[in-house]
Design a protein around this ligand. Structure first.
Ligand SMILES: [Zn+2]
Length: 88
């Protein structure tokens, strides 16, 4: 039995829509304690060597963002999900 799949280019359109919005209004769910709240409510430390955003409830890292010349790294392993409101 084989599974049909598309390559990652199939994510280009849907992800461009998501990352074009003001992400501070998006709702992140903490992978450690399950608290769901707006990105704007996270406790952010940095900016050097990168931005680290921690859960306001349990203090665990929800996301990390590092910007360098020509690139950015976004680490979302501390978030179970990121909910972005979009127009219908
Ligand atoms: Zn938490």
């Amino acid at each position: 039995m084989t599974a049909e799949h598309l390559d990652g280019n199939a994510l280009a359109g849907p992800m461009a829509e998501i990352f074009a919005v003001d992400v501070t209004a998006a709702t992140a769910r903490c992978a450690n304690c399950g608290l769901a709240g707006p990105i704007a409510s996270l406790h952010v430390y940095g900016p050097e060597p990168g931005l680290v955003a921690r859960c306001p409830s349990c203090g665990e890292v929800v996301l990390r963002l590092v910007r360098s010349l020509g690139a950015a790294w976004l680490d979302l392993r501390g978030a179970v999900s990121l909910r972005v409101s979009l127009p219908d």
